[in-house]
Design a protein. Sequence first.
Length: 87
Amino acid sequence: MFVEREASVGEPISQERRNALQSDKRILGNVVQCDGARATISAYAEDADGTVTGQWTVGKMISINLGATRTVGLVYEIGKSDRAWSN
């Protein structure tokens, strides 16, 4: 959810803490609901070519960025919006 690789104005260091050699493929999503204690994130589990880019797992630490604010959280539940299954 965070793309920038260089320090932005006013910040002494970059907010990107991943190794520069690490692949840019990662799980990206959008916050679709937030009640102050929990956020619901909508995301895709695989690419258009069917290659899995990342796995959502309970216990995975995530970060949500909104301008100068970064919120860190933990995945505690995973759901699917519809009950259909496809291979």
